[in-house]
Ligand binder design. Structure first.
Ligand SMILES: Nc1ncnc2c1ncn2[C@@H]1O[C@H](COP(=O)(O)OP(=O)(O)OP(=O)(O)O)[C@@H](O)[C@H]1O
Ligand SMILES: [Mg+2]
Length: 277
C-alpha cells in the first residue's frame, strides 16, 4: 500500500520543502519508490531537486487544468528512486479557479490515483497557508507530517491551529491522520528549545523522535539544487533524515543510551507494538 504523506505547516519557513526533498531521498536510499508532489506555487521543492517548471512539457498546473494526466507529467529519477510532479507558479491562479468548482477539495486525490500503485510513498509539499491547495493535499493524503521550526518561539500556536484544522476535516469524514510533529532547526543550546518542546508535547499530537539539526548546509544545498542528503550524505544532519525515514517506514524508535557521553542517539531497534500504539 502506498503511503501518501502531506508535509504541511501554514507557517512560512518551517522547513516543509527541505523536509520533503531530504526525506524523499532518504526513503529512496532505503529502497523505497518515492514521488514528490510539489503543490506549492513557490515550487521550492522542485528547485531543491534541481528542476524548473519549464524544463519539461508539463507540471502539476497542467494536471489541475486538465491538460495532462499525472502519469504524463512526471519527471523520473530526479534523485535515486525519486520522481517528481513539478510545481508551477501558475498554481496560484489554479487555486483561484478551483474555488468555484464542484468537488474542489478532491481534485489532487483524483489526479494522483492512477500513479499511486507505482510508489511506496508520495510526499506532498504544501504551500504556507491552509487554503484550497493545502486542503487538496490533506484530502489526498493518509497522513500529515508537520515540520516545526524550533527557533520560532510561537511555533506551537501555528501547530495547534493546524491540528484543529485536521480535526475539523476528520469530523467531515476526511480520513487523514497526524503522522507527527517533526522538530526542525534544532539547536538544543537555545533557551527557546525546551520551552517550545514542552509546549509541543502538550498539544496531544505525536512528536517524532528524529530531530533535524539547524545547519547551514541545508540552505547551500537549496541554492545548488542538490538536496543535502545527496550533497553531504556523511553529515549528522543527513543521518537525522535517515533516522526519520527509518522511524516513518519501519516504526522503529531511537534507543537513547543514557550513559553515552553526549546523550546522542547511538542505536535503533524495532519498536514493540505497545510503543507504536
Ligand atoms: N534544519 C535546518 N537548518 C538550517 N536551515 C534550514 C533548516 N531547515 C530549513 N532551513 C532553511 O530555512 C529556509 C526555509 O526552509 P523551507 O523552504 O524548507 O521551509 P518551508 O516551510 O518550505 O517554507 P515555505 O513556507 O516558504 O514553503 C530555507 O532557506 C532552508 O534552507
Ligand atoms: Mg516550502
Amino acid at each position: 500500500m502506498t503511503r501518501v504523506i502531506a508535509v504541511a505547516n501554514q507557517k512560512g519557513g518551517a522547513g516543509k520543502s527541505t523536509v520533503t526533498v531530504n526525506l524523499a531521498v532518504a526513503l529512496g536510499q532505503a529502497g523505497k519508490r518515492v514521488l514528490v508532489v510539489d503543490a506549492d506555487p513557490q515550487f521550492d521543492s522542485t528547485a531543491m531537486l534541481g528542476c524548473a517548471p519549464e524544463d519539461a512539457a508539463h507540471t502539476i498546473a497542467d494536471v489541475f487544468l486538465g491538460e495532462a494526466e499525472a502519469a504524463a507529467a512526471l519527471r523520473t529519477a530526479v534523485a535515486p528512486a525519486v520522481d517528481l510532479l513539478a510545481g508551477d507558479a501558475r498554481m496560484a491562479d489554479v487555486e483561484l479557479t478551483l474555488v468555484s468548482q464542484v468537488r474542489r477539495e478532491e481534485f489532487l486525490a483524483e489526479a494522483l490515483r492512477e500513479v499511486l500503485p507505482a510508489y511506496d510513498y508520495l510526499l506532498i509539499d504544501c504551500p504556507p497557508n491552509l487554503g484550497l491547495l493545502t486542503v487538496n493535499a490533506f484530502v489526498a493524503a493518509d497522513e500529515v507530517l508537520i515540520p516545526i521550526s524550533m527557533i520560532d518561539r510561537n511555533a506551537y500556536k501555528g501547530a495547534a491551529t493546524l491540528l484543529s484544522t485536521l480535526e475539523t476535516l476528520r469530523s467531515r469524514r476526511v480520513s487523514v491522520e497526524t503522522l507527527g510533529l517533526l522538530r526542525n532547526n534544532v539547536d538544543a543550546r537555545r533557551n527557546t528549545f525546551q520551552t517550545l518542546d514542552d509546549a509541543l508535547s502538550a498539544l496531544g499530537a505525536p512528536v517524532l523522535s528524529a530531530q533535524i539539526p539547524m545547519r547551514s548546509g541545508f540552505h547551500d544545498a537549496t541554492t545548488e539544487g542538490i538536496p543535502l542528503m545527496l550533497r553531504r550524505p556523511d553529515t549528522r544532519e543527513a543521518e537525522a533524515f535517515r533516522e526519520l525515514a527509518t522511524e516513518i517506514d519501519g516504526g522503529s524508535v531511537p534507543l537513547v543510551v543514557p550513559d553515552s557521553a553526549d546523550g546522542a542517539i547511538t542505536a535503533t531497534r524495532r519498536a514493540t507494538p505497545a510503543e507504536v500504539a
